[in-house]
Every structure is written in C-alpha cells, then in structure tokens.
Design a protein around this ligand. Sequence first.
Ligand code: NAD
Length: 289
Amino acid sequence: MKVLDGKALAATIKEELKQEVDTIRLAGGKIPHLAAVLVGEDPASQVYVRNKVKSCEMVGFQSSLIRRPAEITQTELLEIVDELNKNPDIDGFIVQLPLPKHLDENTINLAIDPKKDVDGFTPVNIGMMTLGLPSYLPATPNGIVTMLDRYGIETSGKEVVVLGRSNIVGTPMTILLSRKGNPGNATVTMCHSRTKDLAFHTKRADILIAAIGIPEMVTADMVKEGAVIIDVGINRVEDASRKRGYRLCGDVDYAGLEGKVAAMTPVPGGVGPMTIVSLMMNTLAASKR
Ligand code: NAD
C-alpha cells in the first residue's frame, strides 16, 4: 500500500511557495500577509491556528494572530472582521471555526470580504467554485485535490464516495470532483448521517473520502480491494498509555485497511498539512490581486 504522505508533500509545496515569496521580496513586491482570528480556548483550534501561523513564518509570509476571549460579543467580532476587510496590508484572513455557541457563524462568514476569504467559505467563493469560475477554493477539499493531482491519482470516470456533507469539507469536495477538470470528472456519491446502508456505497468506491468525525468508523469490510482512501477525520481517542492521555486517529481503521487498499492518507500527517498548504496558496493568490 502506498502511504499518501501529506506532511512530506506539504513540505515540498511550502518550499515552492518560499521560493516564490523570495522572488517577490527581491523584486520589491508585496509580501503575502495572512491574519487569523481565534476566539476562545478550544484546544484543537489553538493547535490548528498555531500551525497556520508557523507555516506562514516558514514560507516567509507575514502573519497576524488576533486572539479574543470566548465572551466576545457578535458586534465586537463583526468589528474585527470589518477592520480586516478594510486593512490594505492584510491580503487574506480566516476566522477559526467552531465559534462559541452565542456567536452566529453564518453572520460572521457573510461579513467577510470574498476577496480576502482565503478559507473559501463565503457564498461568493462557493458559488464561483460551483460555476467552475476562478475562486478561493475551500482549504481542505483543495488540499485533497492537490494531493490527488501530485500523487498522479486519476479521478476521471472513477467512482468517488464522499462521507459527510459539511459546508467546509463534504459538500465542496463533492462539487470539485464532479466538475469538469483535472482532478475532477468523477462520478460522485455523497453520503451522510441519513444514508441507508453506508457500506453498499463505500464498497463501490474507487476513491473513498471520509469526513465524518467518528473514530475509525470505516472498517476493512466496507471498502473495495485496491481503493484509494482519503481520511479527513481528526479524532481524539482516550489512551491512557500515551503521555497526553489520548491519541489522534481518523475516520478510517488504518491498521485494518492497510492490507486491502492501494493507497491511504495517515492521520495525523495526511490531509491536515495539505489543508494548511492550500490556505497558503490562496493567500499568495490574494496578495497578487
Ligand atoms: P461535521 O461534523 O460538520 O460533519 C460531519 C458529517 O458527517 C455530517 O455531514 C454528517 O451528515 C456526516 N455523518 C455523521 N454520521 C455519519 C454516519 N454514521 N454515516 C455517514 N455520515 C455521517 O464535520 P466536518 O467539519 O466536515 O469534519 C469532519 C471530520 O474532519 C472531523 O473529524 C474534523 O475534525 C475533520 N476535519 C479535518 C480537517 C483537516 O484538515 N484534516 C479539516 C476539517 C475537518
């Protein structure tokens, strides 16, 4: 089985980005500047945002981290979004999700200027993507498409099954792979929590993309021999044998599938690093506009 090593691929792409930023710097051009807004103390969000800021530093981008306590009001957060929209030095920004319950994620998302929406979550960018027009593609699906492309995994005419229909992963993933293009041109089935007989669908998949958030739910009996498995899930499972008391795993039973499938992403080190790289690529594109 081939391991689809997102960590190594992301490092290669970051090196390419760094070279491009060096060229821009030498020419006296605008250095890409990404801002991240982090609300509250969610431990996973803190790790994600820290990794994004660290990646910016690695490739020579400027980055700004705006931290606010969980008690921030909707109006205060909207003011921050407005300032970032107006600040000419900021090329793109993200508001890390999930937000605390009292804040309305849709309202915040709608307030982000689509030209700075490097997460690709605003209606304008989702709409442009759906029409096949140039846009900022959502980071995780774009990271997956980049990975399929760089590993030379053919999608045209293939049966792709996507598990999950979230706005940030499942739905845009389905759109991207079913549209004309390369990667694309696949026959895509989207499954979700109301899907009856999940295994019926997963067993048909040449490429199976799992974005559910249930630890190791996809087992060997559910997949076709020789399939390509993209595991988006990042789950914490209690594990007393680990120093930190938990281990990370995906939505797929990696050890169980290893002997059966052709290629698979590990967790961690698969889709996660590709998501960050995709955000960097969007920020570079934003700085060139
Ligand atoms: P979400 O909770 O918004 O959506 C989960 C989806 O799974 C829903 O659409 C739901 O219908 C579906 N689902 C739930 N139970 C199901 C079942 N039994 N069978 C089939 N479908 C079922 O999650 P999300 O934001 O899309 O994230 C999914 C997972 O991916 C999470 O573990 C998250 O942490 C991870 N994630 C990873 C990255 C990354 O960069 N690697 C990025 C985003 C999300």
